[in-house]
Design a binder for this molecule. Structure first.
Ligand code: NAD
Length: 273
């Protein structure tokens, strides 16, 4: 549902990166939902006037736009630096934020966590429910098969900027956590990621091979493979459309609107209702 078709209990949403691939899909998906109303759509250098009947505003003064439209939650799919700027504007305005942007470094992550002291903020590298299940299954598999070799492969469209994907990093962090619970030290885990291989490079015990492919318009594929002698276990997730991420982000926004300030993850917010 977009501006002009308001209902009293719908959560009001602002969308940044509105003319991007994900922002546009969020607007299209929101138009089909009863539980959200988009009150603001923003893009830096708007390259089109309107989407789904909403005019696209320039991002120059997001604070003023937030004060004027008063959304409950901002949904952001842009780039790390702009995302941080937009989150700062949300913190100032008391607007909750769902951040789908990926590619943050450690300092940028710390800044997001800090904003979570002021507003309800959720950052997730992947808003599909299937990836949540994959994370659980991978955790179980790594715990049950600690000596097996692990290789992670991800494929995305040819315009994706960050590599490996935010989702791949989330999967690697999950593997680290499970290995940590089973006695691996931080140093063991950090040194164990190998990004591609070339030339004379035999596999070291415990290393995780990470492989990145960029091609065509693939929405997002992740495969985690565990192999021991004489057997291979693998789990794969394929996103068929960006709508799966947009639906997840909007569901998260609806639930986040009721939350106290804090830094949340997708699973917590989904499970919390
Ligand atoms: P895109 O390039 O199609 O769209 C990004 C939009 O944000 C553009 O309209 C661009 O003009 C705007 N923008 C504003 N400031 C920007 C900046 N500093 N850098 C880049 N763009 C900026 O990209 P997309 O495919 O929509 O992806 C956007 C982000 O969302 C990426 O970080 C991507 O990895 C992430 N993503 C997350 C999920 C998820 O489920 N969390 C799913 C898909 C994509």
């Amino acid at each position: 549902m977009t501006d002009g078709a308001d209902t009293d209990d719908a959560v009001s949403i602002a969308v940044t990166g509105a003319t991007g691939r994900m922002g546009r899909t969020v607007l299209e998906t929101a138009a089909d939902r009863e539980d959200v109303t988009v009150v603001l759509a923003v893009n830096r250098d708007p390259d089109e006037a309107a989407i789904e009947g909403l005019s696209i505003e320039p991002a120059d003064d997001l604070s003023a736009l937030l004060a004027e439209r008063n959304p409950d939650v901002l949904v952001d799919f842009t780039g790390p630096s702009s995302s941080l700027e937009y989150v700062a504007a949300c913190a100032e305005a008391g607007v909750a934020a769902v951040v789908g942007t990926t590619g943050f470094d450690e300092d940028e992550r710390a800044a997001l966590r800090e904003a979570g002291e002021t507003i309800a903020l959720l950052q997730a590298s992947n808003f599909s429910r299937g990836i949540q299940v994959l994370l659980g299954v991978v955790g179980e598999a790594v715990a049950a098969l600690p000596e097996y070799d692990i290789e992670l492969t991800e494929t995305h469209h040819n315009r994706k900027r960050d590599a490996p994907s935010g989702t791949a990093r989330t999967i690697l962090d999950r593997i680290d956590d499970v290995r940590g619970e089973h006695g691996a030290t931080d140093e063991d885990r950090r040194s164990s990621r190998v990004y591609g291989r070339e030339g004379e490079q035999p596999r070291e015990r415990g290393e995780i091979g990470v492989h990145v492919r960029r091609a065509g318009d693939v929405r997002g594929e992740h495969e985690v493979l565990l192999a021991g002698d004489d057997e291979v276990f693998s789990v794969t997730h394929c996103a068929g459309s960006r709508r799966v991420f947009a639906s997840g982000a909007l569901a998260a926004a609806v639930r986040l609107a009721e939350r106290e300030p804090g830094y949340y993850n997708f699973a917590e917010v989904l499970e919390g209702t």
